[in-house]
Write a protein that binds this ligand. Sequence first.
Ligand code: FES
Length: 154
Amino acid sequence: MRETHDREELQAQKPSVFLSRRQFIQLGMAGLGAAWAGTFVQARLFPAQRSSQEAVPVSFPLSELPVGATKTVTFAGVPVIVVRTAVSLKAFSLVCTHLGCLVQWQPGSMEFYCPCHDGRFDQFGEVIAGPPPVPLEEITVTVDGDRVVVGEAV
Ligand code: FES
């Protein structure tokens, strides 16, 4: 009787080989944090590079982009959106800086939305929600006479 009682006490003190729920959650959170940190570091160390041969400026008539409108073009093999507001003309790569999905312009909220992981960027490409580690890549855009030029260095 006493021997059985001692064995039960020993088993109660012996740590389980299985993770407790708390340990499992902590391990999962640590894994997610490590994945996020890895993505951030990768985006900082290895930004998307384009060869200068591919980066030929793209132009189109200014009349195709009235105030409040957007136009999507392909620059250096990447989809780029040009956004014209009453006060600005900006162009951004539509490639999400998290894992490379394509973001969508939402004119109602004036935001970019990435459906892959609910990433959100404001109209200036800055991250406002979700996992993207850095802003959208801004592309140079100018107006030359009656034409909009995307990708030409100023
Ligand atoms: S790829 Fe855009 S939020 Fe993950």
